[in-house]
Design a protein around this ligand. Structure first.
Ligand code: AMP
Ligand code: GLY
Length: 423
């Protein structure tokens, strides 16, 4: 079958790598893709939210499956667009319907969903410009640190964690009354701070049955020791060593099962990935967020560990028979380290020539922000490459990824040297 992957990051290069390996995959397309995906697929120059251009490409190339990488097309309703179009409605779209995508598109909706289905999460209330005063009064009843979340998509920047009450009250005002995050902060969720260690759980569901994919932990801050500005993610380790079978059983019974059953009870069509951000408080898991797609760079650590043919898994997802496919996981750990452009996540330069990509290395070098310029691969984004290695011992996997990175260079390359330091 011909398959299209939407997106252009390391996550999409990892998807393309696994899909290309499948004997079921004939022609593979990535839109818009990067210099890495071009080596195993045909890149199509179109925007992931340009549904009419995607339709034209799907029809032209007889594409039978669309794997959606980022959240924007899902929140904007790509699944529903396909199903409502006679020429497209037999194409498999891996992702939720727009209503399902609200779990990521609206923090308030996600909190309501968790409350309805008794899924453990932090206590909260949500506020609008009209209820700003109540919101500030609510903050005064809480203990620091204060957690403020813009309701809508804010490119990963919409969560503020503040130690000082006056500052939290001021920020609430900036979000609600001064549109700090534009439309995304017309509503704000104020929630209790959860003190614990974070991990992410990835689930593939066809809407009634589900598979729990390998766990991962990502490293969001730019600086070593988890200091400095938030980024899209600087590295990931899979599996998470502290997520033992007892804890995973709690995650399954208290969170994953009620989530999938909740979707079903509410009649929500969902044929895709659920990425659940969790905090382990004491011995118990609490949900901090849902994403309706895979994570980046978590995908670069999770997918290489899945031994089951990915096309088979995704086809079963779209055909509602996921329970008939056994999931086989590589017991080795994966360590992904992200190499970024100096200056990221603030301003950085692009167009730097990348050297060393042709050196033989054992693991995977997934491209994120890269493009081709004549015969060279150059940088085109903040996050440039995601290097993944596998080993029975996650510490050795980490070491191997650093060894690969030592072979690779570009002007102002930066990566954290402490990925996995806390495990
Ligand atoms: P989110 O965009 O929802 O993933 O939030 C960004 C980050 O804020 C998370 O990765 C957590 O580190 C942190 N966070 C979010 N909600 C809470 C909470 N209730 N308690 C503590 N930390 C939180
Ligand atoms: N790495 C976090 C995310 O993909 O949202």
């Amino acid at each position: 079958m011909n398959i299209l992957v939407l997106g252009s990051g390391g996550r999409e290069h990892a998807f393309a790598t696994q899909l290309a390996k499948s004997p079921q995959c004939d022609q593979l397309f990535v839109a818009p893709g990067n210099a890495g995906t071009r080596l195993l697929a045909t890149n199509l120059q179109l925007a992931v939210t340009d549904f009419n251009a995607i339709k034209a490409a799907v029809l032209e190339h007889a594409i039978e499956m669309v794997v959606v990488g980022p959240e924007d097309p899902l929140v904007e309703g790509i699944y529903d667009f396909f199903k409502a179009d006679q020429a497209l409605n037999r194409v498999m779209v891996i992702g939720p319907s727009a209503i399902g995508a609200e779990l990521e598109g609206s923090k308030e909706r996600a909190k309501e969903f968790m409350a309805t289905h008794h899924i453990p999460t932090a206590a909260y209330q949500s506020f609008t410009a009209e209820t700003l005063k109540e919101g500030q009064a609510f903050l005064a009843t809480m203990n620091p640190p204060y957690v403020l979340k813009a309701d809508g998509l804010a490119a990963g920047k919409g969560v503020l964690i503040l130690d000082n009450l006056a500052q939290a009250q001021k920020e609430l005002e900036l979000m609600l009354a001064n549109a700090k995050f534009g439309k995304a902060s017309e509503k704000v969720v104020v929630e209790a701070f959860l003190d614990g260690i974070e991990l992410s759980v990835f689930v593939l569901t066809d809407g009634s049955s589900y598979k729990i994919l390998p766990t991962a932990k990502d490293y969001k801050r730019i600086g070593e020791g988890d200091k400095g500005l938030n980024t899209g993610g600087m590295g990931a380790i899979s599996p998470v060593p502290f997520a033992d079978s007892v804890f995973m059983e709690k995650i399954d019974s208290q969170i994953v099962k009620p989530t999938v059953e909740g979707l079903k009870k509410e009649g929500i069509t969902y044929e895709g990935f659920v990425f659940i951000g969790l905090i382990k408080v004491g011995d118990d898991p609490f949900v901090i967020e849902y994403n309706v797609r895979m994570g980046d760079p978590e995908t670069e650590a999770v997918l290489p560990r899945i031994k089951t043919d990915l096309v088979t898994l995704l086809e079963a997802t779209a055909n509602h028979n996921l329970d008939s496919v056994p999931l086989e996981i590589d017991t080795r750990a994966a360590a992904t380290i992200m190499a970024v452009s100096g200056g990221y996540p603030e301003t950085y330069e692009k167009g730097k020539r990348i050297n060393g990509l042709d050196k033989a290395h054992e693991g995977f070098v997934f491209h994120a922000g890269t493009t081709d310029q004549e015969a060279h691969v150059i940088t085109s984004g903040g996050r440039v490459l995601a290097v993944t290695s596998l080993d029975e011992d996650f510490r050795v996997a980490i070491k191997k990824s650093y060894q690969t990175l030592e072979q690779i260079s570009f002007d102002k390359i930066y990566y954290r040297h402490d990925i996995g330091f806390d495990l």
